[in-house]
Design a protein around this ligand. Structure first.
Ligand code: AMP
Ligand code: GLY
Length: 432
């Protein structure tokens, strides 16, 4: 079978690396990736396709006998690419436009949680400033203000004062995020530790697909501005089997049922951002895709055939397959970003040393790289590389990942030196 993977980041490099090992490709099948990146090119044939041009993607699939399309990022999902592909009879991994509202609209998700009794922070949806300021008075401080739509991870403010909350509402409702700002959600602040939980579902069957924790802030000690994630590790040991079971029965399963009942069955990976509060796990948000860089650590631990699993999901056959198997090892990934990130990152910095960095079993996934005409690998984005390694403990995975980082030559790059600190502290007996 031929497979088409859509996307170009570190998440897609990790997916391409695992898909390239799939038995689905046995007997001469080809993995295509669009647009891909220089790292993905080692595992897939790159094609120039715009995910926004549904007709071209469908035509490519028909011309190349594509048996499975895997959609990596959220934008094409929210844009309805999965609907177009399924409409053309092409097996597709990723939710419909209607189901992707779980990521595309915070208000939609909060309303669904309210209807289904899913534990999450109290909230109000607002669309005009005067009513928003009145509604805000009903919330304690800190309070969380969110733009309703996709805002590339920049639409959330955890306000420590009323003035900050008012300013955030002002900014969103005055249109700074374009269409995404037409509406906002005011939300109760939840206190606890965050963890990410992944589940595959075809709309009926649910298969847990691992857990992770990431570091969103750019600076060491979890300080400074938010980013798309500076590093992650899997599993998230704070998500104990008991808490995971509770998240499944009280959050994931009612969501899958509510979506099916509403006539918009969810098919794909459901990525739940959870707050582990003193009263149990609560939903912070859903994403309709794998996390980036969480996917990199999940793929590093996945022992099962990714292609078989994603195809079974796309074909509503999850009930018939063996549950995915993950290694007991910890995997940890460190994001190497270009100077300036998350502001304006420096572009064009030369990168070498990747083969040396991978010599000891680590994987360096490409997140934002390009090849110059002369064949030099250079930085082309904020998050540039993901040095990823496995170990029997978090400390071991961390040491191996940093050993890989230290072999990468990238003068314009920087990374946090403390990825995994919470877990390392937990697994190290307290001194004295
Ligand atoms: P989101 O884009 O919804 O994941 O929000 C980004 C980050 O804001 C989350 O990872 C949390 O750290 C924080 N956050 C969002 N909602 C809440 C909440 N209700 N209580 C506390 N922190 C939150
Ligand atoms: N790393 C966070 C995300 O993918 O949304």
């Amino acid at each position: 079978m031929n497979i088409l993977l859509l996307g170009s980041g570190g998440r897609e490099h990790a997916l391409a690396w695992k898909l390239a090992q799939s038995a689905l490709l046995a007997g001469g099948g080809t993995l295509f990736a669009a647009p891909g990146n220089p790292g993905i090119a080692a595992h897939a044939q790159l094609v120039a396709l715009e995910a926004t041009d549904h007709a071209s993607v469908i035509a490519f699939c028909a011309a190349n006998s594509i048996g499975l399309v895997v959609i990596g990022p959220e934008a094409p999902l929210v844009d309805g690419l999965a609907d177009s592909l399924r409409g053309a009879g092409i097996a597709t991994f990723g939710p419909s436009r209607a189901a992707a509202q779980l990521e595309g609209s915070k208000g939609f998700t909060k309303d669904m949680c309210a209807r289904a009794g899913i534990p999450t922070g109290a909230y109000v949806r607002v669309s005009a400033l005067p009513e928003a300021l009145v509604a805000l008075k009903g919330f304690a401080i800190p309070v969380v203000i969110k733009a309703d739509g996709l805002a590339a991870g920049k639409g959330v403010t955890v306000a420590e004062t009323r003035e900050q909350a008012e300013a955030a509402l002002c900014e969103i409702l005055s249109g700074r995020f374009g269409e995404a700002g037409a509406e906002a959600v005011i939300e109760e602040f939840l206190d606890g530790e965050e963890a990410s939980f992944f589940a595959l579902t075809d709309g009926a069957t649910i298969l847990p697909f691992g857990s992770a924790q990431d570091h969103k802030r750019v600076g060491e000690g979890d300080t400074g501005p938010n980013t798309g994630g500076m590093g992650a590790y899997s599993p998230a040991r704070v998500l104990t089997p008991e808490i995971e079971a509770e998240a499944l029965t009280r959050i994931i399963a009612p969501t899958v049922k509510a979506m099916a009942d509403a006539g918009m069955p969810y098919s794909g990976v459901l990525y739940a951002g959870l707050m582990l509060t003193r009263t149990g796990p609560q939903l912070i948000e859903y994403n309709a895709r794998f996390g980036d860089p969480e996917c990199q650590v999940l793929m590093m631990r996945l022992d099962s055939d990714l292609g078989e699993i994603l195809l079974a999901c796309a074909e509503n056959r999850l009930a018939a397959i063996a549950p995915p198997r993950f290694s007991d090892d910890t995997a940890l990934t460190i994001v190497i970003a270009a100077e300036g990130y998350p502001g304006t990152p420096a572009k064009g910095g030369a990168i070498t040393g990747l083969a040396e960095a991978e010599a000891d079993g680590a994987k360096v996934f490409h997140a934002g790289t390009a090849l110059t005409e002369g064949g030099t690998l250079v930085a082309q984005g904020g998050r540039v590389l993901n040095a990823t390694a496995r170990g029997a403990s978090v400390a071991e995975a961390q040491a191996r990942a940093y050993a890989a980082v230290d072999l990468v030559e990238f003068a314009d790059g920087f990374c946090r030196r403390d990825i995994g600190w919470r877990e390392v502290a937990r697994e190290t007996p307290a001194a004295g």
